[in-house]
Design a protein around this ligand. Structure first.
Ligand code: KG4
Ligand code: ZN
Length: 361
């Protein structure tokens, strides 16, 4: 395609440009977001239109409703992002967009908008893996953070420990064998009658609770760095349902605290071990669950004892946002082997282990 050939030349030119202005677009779940970021780190604007109040009525994200709301919102969010940044369309050097993983209908809205925009403006389209975006949120807040480091990815769809070897390469230590940690927070919250998204509510209630209920014993995995959340989630749901059936009272704060400790204590230990074993002294947290206060506090305390520094993005950059996508787009363009592909399709699932260099390709 002529556009792709032209854009490959443009990508080569942009690698040498000083101040790269990347427009990021994110629509993988229930946030429509557009951002303008210079050189992957200086955020000029980051507009996030959340659909949480809409989906909360249904207890979780309804994919069809999410897609429709992205369609309604995206043009307004785009215009606002340009206005907030104080730039015009001709200033944009490239458009970075989430192509997966996520809800396919939701992804398609952002991806098609980005394709139209990039084609119309005659600038490269950089497809970004959503998880790479979460990792890059750390580069926005901490310009001094440079690979290699160990990254703990904790989101609604992923739980994994990776070694970020360079901007363009990562290696998987281990990951969940079933549910993601964020998903288990949301399911536990639902059985406790808490509003969607449950993670922040469980976090809040746990602050006044005790870790005094053993839901699951630690489990040994063939690969030490793997983990599992389905058993813990089911144990909490069974405990609560059992109490309800027998008309027995349970302490919601203790349930939240016990669940939270059992969800994170082993994961923190595994992350520290991965860091020591690979000779690193830095850990970065990535994904929506990185907002959890117990996780932030405990991993920092545990890491301090080993002289390991822990980085976590500010709260507004932990959840889904387009600044992190623009940042990942920059690092991919600058250090990766990105080829223009205007026909790229949305990918609802992208396995982490078959994607050894998600910032590169
Ligand atoms: O990364 P994210 O915004 O979306 C995905 O890419 O999946 O993560 C959303 C997840 C939800 O499961 C939400 O409940 C969880 O992050 N979450 C939290 C907290 N804030 C958000 N989980 C535990 N504690 C929190 N404070
Ligand atoms: Zn996310």
């Amino acid at each position: 395609m002529i556009y792709d050939e032209k854009m490959n030349e443009r990508i080569a030119e942009l690698k040498g440009k000083d101040n790269l202005i990347i427009l990021g677009i994110e629509s993988s779940c229930d946030e429509t977001s557009v951002a303008v970021v210079i050189n992957g780190q200086k955020v000029l604007s980051n507009v996030v239109s959340t659909q949480i109040p809409i989906h909360a009525q249904y207890g979780g994200v309804v994919p069809e409703i999410a897609s429709r709301n992205h369609i309604n919102n995206i043009s307004f969010v785009y215009k606002q992002a340009l206005a907030d940044a104080g730039i015009c369309e001709k200033d944009i050097d490239a458009v970075a967009v989430t192509y997966g993983p996520g809800l396919v209908g939701a992804l398609l809205v952002g991806l098609n908008y980005a394709k139209g925009l990039a084609y119309g403006l005659g600038v490269p389209l950089i497809p970004v893996n959503h998880i790479a975006g979460h990792i890059c949120a750390n580069f926005i807040d901490f310009p001094e953070l440079k690979p290699p480091f160990v990254c703990l990815i904790v989101s609604g769809g992923h739980t994994a420990i990776v070694l970020q070897k360079s901007y363009a390469e990562h290696e998987l230590f281990g990951s969940t064998l079933d549910d993601a940690v964020g998903e288990s927070f949301d399911k536990v919250a639902r059985v406790l009658g808490l509003k969607y998204p449950g993670g922040p509510m469980v976090d809040k209630l746990a602050k006044d609770g005790q870790n005094n209920i053993t839901f699951c014993k630690s489990h040994n995995f063939d690969n030490y760095f793997d983990c599992s959340y389905s058993g813990l989630k089911t144990a909490v749901i069974n405990y609560v349902n059992h109490c309800k059936q027998k008309n027995e009272e349970y302490n919601i704060n203790d349930v939240c605290k016990s669940f939270e400790c059992q969800a994170f204590d082993d994961l923190i230990e595994k992350t520290i071990t991965a860091c020591k074993q690979s000779g690193q002294n830095k850990i970065a947290l990535a994904g929506g669950v990185a907002a959890n206060s117990y996780l932030r506090e405990q991993i920092t305390l545990r890491a301090e004892k080993e002289n390991i520094k822990v980085y976590f993005p500010q709260m507004s950059l932990c959840g889904d946002n387009a600044a992190m996508i623009a940042s990942a787009g920059f690092f991919k363009l600058k250090y990766g082997d990105v080829k223009s592909n205007i026909s790229i399709n949305a990918q609802p699932t992208i396995p982490l282990d078959s994607n050894k260099s998600f910032l590169a390709k």
